[in-house]
Design a protein around this ligand. Sequence first.
Ligand SMILES: NC(=O)c1ccc[n+]([C@@H]2O[C@H](COP(=O)([O-])OP(=O)(O)OC[C@H]3O[C@@H](n4cnc5c(N)ncnc54)[C@H](OP(=O)(O)O)[C@@H]3O)[C@@H](O)[C@H]2O)c1
Length: 238
Amino acid sequence: MSRTFLITGASKGIGLALAQRLKRDGHQVVGLARNASPDFPGVLLPVDLADTQATDDALKDLTGRFRFDGVVNNVGLVRPQRLGAVELPALEEVMRVNLHPALQTVQALLPGMTERRWGRIVNISSLTVLGSIERTAYAAAKAALVSFSRSWALELATTGITVNAVSPGPTETELFRANNPPGSDGERRYLAGVPMGRFGQPDEIAAAIAFLLSEEAGFITGQTLHVDGGASIGKAAF
Ligand SMILES: NC(=O)c1ccc[n+]([C@@H]2O[C@H](COP(=O)([O-])OP(=O)(O)OC[C@H]3O[C@@H](n4cnc5c(N)ncnc54)[C@H](OP(=O)(O)O)[C@@H]3O)[C@@H](O)[C@H]2O)c1
């Protein structure tokens, strides 16, 4: 069955890989990002998701034009800072960009999904929730997305709508490379923490998200799926 999915942060990286995969599987995809992408296989609406009013306006426009079956809350902001240097405005900004659009999209899509008694919500978290240096704000925001998923899953358990989180490990995207350039300490540190000894590819994360959006995943809710080459288990003993 062909479904219609909304993806935030859809013009690059994991969001774009997911859009391309869903399209290949016969679904319709609608994306939100600040900039257009010639590679996006559907309607991509330009909006700054840090702007609450602009986001509400975009969602109002889109819910009038599409019958959404689900949303993937994928947009994220990192702002790495060591504990002594964490600035409150940066903390607030990271919280806002990671959390507010997730709540806004779900609130916008909920009436339609509830009425049709079918829906999928996937929130993109991060391996860093297990503890990570220079990620005070980001890891807290990503932990909140896991918490959102569990609370929403309970509230929606009898509605036909499932809510899950996907927690990627280090994945080779623009965001990851901006914070961990080739040859950097960050790259070395992340690589050392992945038992498989390599970074993930965006399409490997997209595959897990697509599964949680599928018909077959209908009995899975409130879960966090770690897609991280074993990084959340611990270090491989070699
Ligand atoms: N890559 C990793 O290693 C990794 C690991 C764990 C978790 N994650 C999480 O996975 C998600 C995707 O990350 P990624 O690595 O694929 O990132 P990415 O390659 O940098 O892509 C981010 C996407 O979000 C959009 N975006 C960023 N800020 C936006 C804003 N204010 N308003 C609208 N769109 C915005 C970007 O497009 P524009 O620039 O055009 O707006 C782009 O489409 C994020 O939540 C990230 O925290 C990533």
